[in-house]
Design a protein around this ligand. Structure first.
Ligand code: NDP
Ligand code: MG
Length: 383
C-alpha cells in the first residue's frame, strides 16, 4: 500500500489522480492533500478520501473549513505546509499537481527526502530544471512524468539507451485557436480561449495551449527530464491528440505512444510504474473510426511563444524562470480580463528582453527573479 500526498487535489489533474486512486484502494491511500481555495470541490473529496493532513492556500480557507464545514483534520497553510506534507515520513509518493512555480519548494525538498515523485507541475522543471535534476541524480530519485507528452517519451524510452536517441518529437494539438488566423487573435475572449478542442484541463494550461506556451514549457521540461539538447527536440502539430509524442533513434526507427486523450493514462502509469494496470471506464482507440491522423509543421510566426521558450531554454540561467513567471502573471491578468490575449506574448517578450540573465542560479536567486518578474509584468501592463 502506497501512501500518497497529492498537491493540487481540487484541480483537473488532482481530481483525475483521485479517480485512479479510487479504483485501486488495495494499492493506494491518500495521506495528505493540498489545494488552494476551492472548498466546495474539496469537501466531498475530504469526506471520501479522509486524508490525515490537509493544506490550504490561506488562513481564510482554513477557517472556512473548520467553521462552516466542521472539518477536524489537521490543516496546514501555504507553501510551507505543502513542503511539510511532502517530506512527511508517512508520505511514500508525492504527486505534484499544483499549478505554477509555487510547487517548486515541495519538489526540491521531497527529492532530498528520496520520495517517489510523480510530477505534473511542469513550471517546477521550467524554472529550476538544473537544480531539480541535479538533486534527483544526487539522491537517486526518479521523477515520473505525468504530462502526457513526457509520459509518452518516458514509455518510448523504456529499455532504450539514452545515447542512441536521435530526437524527440513532441506533438501539439494546437489548442483553442489552431484554426484561427493570427489576425483574428486580436479580439478573442477568455471564453473562446478556454474552449480546448481535445483536452479538459485547468484554466491556466488551457490558455497556455492556445498561446502554444504550453508546448514551449514542455520543450524545456523534456530537455531537463530526458537530458536532451534543444536542437534534438522538435514540435509538430497533430490535431487528433492520439500520438502523445515520439522518440526517433539513430537507426531512424521511431517509437510512438498512442492513446485516447485521457490524462488518467499517464497519471496511472506514473503511480503504478513499472507495472501497467487496467483502466476502468476507458475505451480503446478506434482506428477505423479515426481513419486518418494529421501532421503539420509548427510555425514560430504563428506561435511566437514557442520560439521564446526555445530561446529562453537555450540561453538557460534565469531566462526560463523569467519566461515562466512572466507567462504565469500575464495569463492570470488575461483570465481576469485585464489584458488581451495577444498582450500575453508582449508581456513575456518585454520581460525576457529587459532581463539580464544570471547563469547557474541557486534556488533563492530563482525565487527572487520569479517574484521580481511578476511585479515588473504588472507594472508593464499598468503603465
Ligand atoms: P488546475 O488549475 O485545474 O488545478 C490547480 C490546483 O492547484 C488546484 O487544486 C488549485 O487549488 C491548486 N493551487 C493553485 N494555486 C495554489 C496555491 N498557491 N497553493 C496551493 N494550491 C494551489 O490545474 P491543472 O490540474 O490543469 O494543472 C496542474 C499542473 O499540471 C500544472 O502545472 C499543469 O501545467 C500540469 N498539467 C496539467 C494537465 C491537465 O490535463 N490539466 C496536463 C499536463 C500537465 P484551488 O483550485 O482549490 O484553488
Ligand atoms: Mg502536455
Amino acid at each position: 500500500m502506497k501512501k500518497i500526498t497529492l498537491l493540487g487535489a481540487t484541480g483537473s489533474i488532482g481530481i483525475q489522480t483521485l479517480e485512479v486512486i479510487r479504483q485501486y484502494p488495495q494499492l493506494f491511500s491518500v495521506h495528505a492533500f493540498a489545494f488552494g481555495k476551492n472548498v466546495k470541490k474539496a469537501i466531498p473529496l475530504i469526506r471520501e478520501f479522509q486524508p490525515k493532513i490537509l493544506v490550504v492556500q490561506d488562513m481564510e480557507t482554513k477557517h472556512e473549513l473548520q467553521q462552516h464545514y466542521a472539518v477536524r483534520t489537521e490543516i496546514l497553510v501555504g507553501a510551507a505546509g505543502m513542503v511539510e506534507v511532502s517530506i512527511d515520513p508517512e508520505t511514500d509518493v508525492l504527486v505534484n499537481a499544483v499549478m505554477g512555480s509555487v510547487g517548486l519548494d515541495a519538489t526540491i525538498q521531497a527529492i532530498e527526502k528520496k520520495k517517489q515523485i510523480a510530477i505534473a507541475n511542469k513550471e517546477t522543471l521550467v524554472t529550476a530544471g538544473h537544480l531539480v535534476m541535479a538533486l534527483a541524480q544526487q539522491h537517486q530519485v526518479q521523477l515520473l512524468p505525468v504530462d502526457s507528452e513526457h509520459s509518452a517519451i518516458f514509455q518510448c524510452l523504456q529499455g532504450e539507451k539514452q545515447q542512441q536517441v536521435e530526437r524527440i518529437i513532441l506533438t501539439a494539438s494546437g489548442g483553442s485557436f489552431r484554426d484561427t488566423p493570427r489576425e483574428a487573435l486580436e479580439n478573442v475572449t477568455v471564453e473562446d480561449a478556454l474552449k480546448h478542442p481535445n483536452w479538459n484541463m485547468g484554466a491556466k494550461i488551457t490558455i497556455d495551449s492556445a498561446s502554444m506556451m504550453n508546448k514551449g514549457l514542455e520543450v524545456i521540461e523534456a530537455h531537463w527530464l530526458f537530458n536532451i539538447p534543444y536542437d534534438k527536440i522538435d514540435v509538430i502539430l497533430h490535431k487528433e491528440s492520439i500520438i502523445h509524442s515520439m522518440v526517433e533513434f539513430q537507426d531512424r526507427s521511431i517509437i510512438a505512444q498512442l492513446g485516447n486523450a485521457d490524462m488518467r493514462i499517464p497519471i496511472q502509469y506514473a503511480l503504478t510504474y513499472p507495472n501497467r494496470m487496467p483502466l476502468q471506464e476507458s475505451d480503446p482507440v478506434n482506428f477505423i473510426e479515426l481513419g486518418k491522423m494529421h501532421f503539420q509543421e509548427m510555425s514560430f510566426e504563428r506561435f511566437p511563444c514557442l520560439e521564446m521558450a526555445y530561446q529562453a531554454g537555450k540561453e538557460g540561467g534565469t531566462m526560463p524562470a523569467v519566461l515562466n513567471a512572466a507567462n504565469e502573471q500575464a495569463v492570470a491578468l488575461f483570465l481576469q480580463k485585464k489584458i488581451s490575449f495577444l498582450a500575453i506574448e508582449k508581456v513575456i517578450l518585454e520581460m525576457l528582453n529587459t532581463h539580464q540573465s544570471i547563469q547557474h542560479p541557486d534556488l533563492e536567486t530563482i525565487q527572487a527573479v520569479d517574484q521580481e518578474t511578476r511585479l515588473k509584468a504588472i507594472q508593464f501592463v499598468t503603465r
